[in-house]
Ligand binder design. Structure first.
Ligand code: TNX
Length: 763
């Protein structure tokens, strides 16, 4: 009976949904479809308390949006029997909550605040057809009760690396608003451009906002400006423009949190006022990612810097009424401070034991100033180093560790870990995708994100305000690409932040998403239709390997081969995990309606050898950012690809020493360590790999040391360092890989490189 009832219920609801096509994103807390329609036509009016400004603003917004879809202009009236009613009501308890009732006789949206009202309107708008009708519109009847899970539902945009004018910013705000995001974190200054007019310091925009145009070159390859070249690329917002945008955002319930970076990422300010750096040497505005001989930190020992920044913040606070102000604080290379007389004197005078404490001293001074002006300070997680300022909030970007630490210290936190919250990373491909900074944050990865880390108990979790998607723009120079990187990942994040996690379902989201895709097309917005690459997920346990395949594409099928040949729609169809029992190359493609959709087949090499399944002991652990699939990644038979987040153990600035025990003496004639070089990601093949063997695990004898034969400047290559020797009985193997230094000409020249290793192959 229960089964039949459940079955009937799901048939009925899917019938109603299919029929009415309600695809609201983020998914409302509760949505009850009812029978019938309300018809919006030329006679419909919007009824409000006409003396209430907020209601007026909301009603105008609604009427303009309906006009866009249907061409019908709805009049505002004070008639409380109007067809569409917008009302403030105390029966709605949640601050951002709303109730939307669509009945055959009319529509009513109730909310406690203007925020709720706007959200109710946004939901109503998502029940309208995406295709312009130029006629009356049928809206299906339903009852929605809704409010958000998190209060910080953020999107960030870097306008320093590439500049986007006020119209683009408004479009960004519109997109955010449509999906009930409510914080716009505006990254207004960075090394490559100062974008906010500061009246007291005009050079910041006269000089700091303009650079020699190298837009046609990839960020990291852009030559530095020469003194005889004219800076022509850039732009900035006047204070009047900013105030107008703030008001615009406010009308859609979006708070703008401005970011003024300090004490690092300040090269543009230093190009404008060289006396602010430790060296005080003049420099030209950066054109891209080449920092050779450029100061990008303020001098932390110079009191003039503090007063300069306080003057700036005073003007910033007068433009942005937000409760929070972001002061950056990330990626400060403290080398300049170590050799700066002023910084060292300041450390002595204040009893600071190292440069981390100097940074903390600097940030605390700024916080004190902001607090005195009734602002809350937020910064990137590096502000934890050397001691967190007393009331600071933390934005956790280098994973979640900073956020966890801050929440445990009872400080507010916004989660924005690189994976999956960096929308400058690839979302598909990467073959066929526009060049991106790297990484791989697919729609599903964003959708599956849970902002509350399991390390936090419920009291600590309350300090997590929410999360945010970040859009850094080193690799994004056009509006089209900006849209493409945000759409549709922002929609996935909006559901993460709005909808209770037990109410989320990726397939259901993906179904609703199709309606939004039609809307993007209608509006001429660029978006990513999905990651058509097949995800290959090896599962190794007890030395046995099974592989599962998945696709993020709705209703897709997967075809595969295991002999290295290119799969077609005729190749075997994936339905259950594939057992791998000998070395093989698996390839797979996504098909839709019997057509191969993947730009390139996904490939994965598997290698069977004598060490499969053995435990690996590392002398120094692998980076927590590159755990691959766990501690025996080197012995799981799974070879790496050029995707660094998968199958590779990464070692930062350290040599790799790994020991394995084959369990008993075995006849061995080759041992190899698979390694990766990826120039742009500071990953270089080791200088050499040394192999040793032992029968007792205590006394090791050298087998051989294999030198790196590959050009240090090679962009990307996989190479196995292999020792070949006369068959020998061996039980224990120790491998030592010595890291390289980044070569000259590389942004990290002279600094230790990463080692990436995927497999220790024993044959
Ligand atoms: C790190 S995230 C940065 C930015 C870069 C970004 C590129 C953060 C606080 N700092 O300056 O643009 O990586 O993904």
């Amino acid at each position: 009976m229960k089964f039949i009832a459940g079955f009937l219920f799901s048939v009925l609801t899917s019938y109603c949904l299919a029929q009415s096509n309600v695809s609201i994103i983020p998914k409302p807390l509760s949505l009850q479809m009812e029978t019938g329609f309300y018809v919006i036509n030329a006679k419909s009016t919007i009824g409000i308390d006409i003396n209430n400004k907020a209601l007026q603003q909301a009603a105008k917004f609604l009427s303009a949006a309906i006009q866009q879809v249907s061409g019908i202009g709805l009049k505002l009236t004070s008639n409380n029997s109007s067809a569409i009613q917008l009302v403030f009501s105390n029966t709605v308890k949640e601050v951002e909550g709303y109730e939307l009732g669509i009945h055959s006789t009319g529509i009513i949206i109730k909310a406690k605040t203007k925020a709720g009202l706007i959200y109710g309107i946004q939901s109503l708008l998502q029940t309208l057809p995406q295709i312009r009708t130029n006629a009356s519109i049928q809206v299906p009847c339903m009852q929605v009760i809704d409010y958000p899970r998190f209060k910080w539902r953020g999107m960030h945009l870097d306008v320093s690396r590439h500049f986007f004018g006020p119209e683009v910013i408004k479009e960004y705000i519109n997109l955010m608003a449509a999906y009930k995001m409510n914080v716009f974190h505006w990254h207004l200054v960075d090394d490559q451009g100062w974008r906010i007019e500061i009246k007291k310091y005009p050079a910041l925009t006269n000089i700091g906002a303009w650079r020699v145009d190298q837009t046609n070159k990839v960020w990291g390859d852009r030559p530095q400006a020469k003194p005889n070249e004219t800076p022509t690329y850039g732009g900035f917002y006047t204070q009047a423009q900013l105030k107008e945008i703030v008001a615009y955002a406010q009308s859609l319930n979006i708070t703008i949190v401005p970011e003024i970076e300090m004490p690092g990422h300040a090269a543009a300010a230093i190009a404008s006022y060289p006396e602010l750096s430790c060296t005080q040497k003049p420099q030209l505005p950066l054109t891209g990612g080449n920092y050779t001989n450029v100061s990008s930190n303020y001098c932390a020992g110079n009191d003039q810097v503090i007063s300069f920044l306080q003057d700036i913040l005073t003007e910033v606070m007068a433009i942005f009424p937000a409760e929070y102000l972001h002061i950056g604080g990330d990626e400060v290379d403290k080398a300049a401070w170590k050799i700066c007389a002023k910084c060292q004197a300041k450390m002595k005078q204040e009893g600071l034991k190292d440069e981390n404490e100097l940074q903390s001293y600097f940030i605390k001074k700024i916080e004190k100033f902001l607090v005195a002006h009734h602002k809350k300070m937020i910064g990137w997680d590096e502000i934890l180093e050397g001691g967190l300022a007393p009331e600071a909030s933390v934005m956790s970007w280098r994973g979640e560790a900073g956020g966890i630490e801050a929440a445990k210290m009872k400080h507010s936190v916004v989660m924005t870990p690189g994976s999956p919250c960096y929308f400058d990373n690839y979302q598909a491909g990467p073959e066929g995708e526009p060049l991106a900074i790297g990484g791989f944050n697919t729609l599903k990865k964003v959708y599956d994100y849970e902002p509350i880390p399991k390390e936090l108990n419920s009291q600590e979790a309350a300090f997590v305000l929410g999360a945010q998607g970040n859009l850094w723009t080193e690799f994004i120079s056009t509006t089209e690409q900006l849209e493409y990187m945000v759409l549709p990942r922002m929609l996935a994040l909006s559901e993460v932040l709005w909808t209770p996690s037990n109410n989320k379902n990726f397939t259901d989201f993906n179904n609703r998403l199709q309606y939004h895709f039609r809307g993007f097309e209608q509006k001429g917005l660029h978006y990513c239709a999905g990651n058509f690459s097949v995800a290959i997920n090896p599962i190794s346990s007890n030395g046995k390997l099974n592989v599962s395949l998945s696709s993020e594409i709705l209703n897709a099928q997967i075809h595969y081969t295991i002999d290295g040949s290119e799969p077609t729609n005729q190749s075997p169809l994936f339905s259950q995990p594939i057992a791998i029992s000998s070395s093989a190359q698996l390839r797979a493609v996504t098909t839709l309606n019997n057509q191969v959709m993947s730009k390139q087949s996904a490939k994965q090499d598997f290698v069977m050898h004598q060490a499969i399944g053995t435990a690996v002991n590392y002398t120094t652990p692998y980076s927590k950012y590159y755990p691959a699939d766990g501690s025996n990644t080197l012995t799981d038979g799974v070879r790496g690809t050029f995707t660094i987040g998968k199958n590779w153990h990464g070692f930062s600035e350290k040599i790799l020493i790994a020991t394995i025990d084959l369990g008993s003496a075995k006849l061995v004639k080759t041992i190899a360590l698979g390694c990766l070089q990826k120039y742009r990601d500071w990953i270089f093949l080791p200088q050499s790999v040394n192999f040793e063997a032992s029968t007792d695990g205590l006394n090791f004898t050298a087998i051989s040391t294999v030198k790196n034969p590959i050009d240090i400047n090679a962009k990307e290559i996989m190479h196995a360092f292999e020792a070949v020797f006369a068959p020998t009985n061996i039980r224990f193997i120790r491998v030592t890989a010595t890291n390289n230094l980044c070569p000259s000409g590389h942004p990290g020249a002279g600094k230790p490189a990463w080692i990436f290793a995927d497999e220790l192959i024993v044959k």
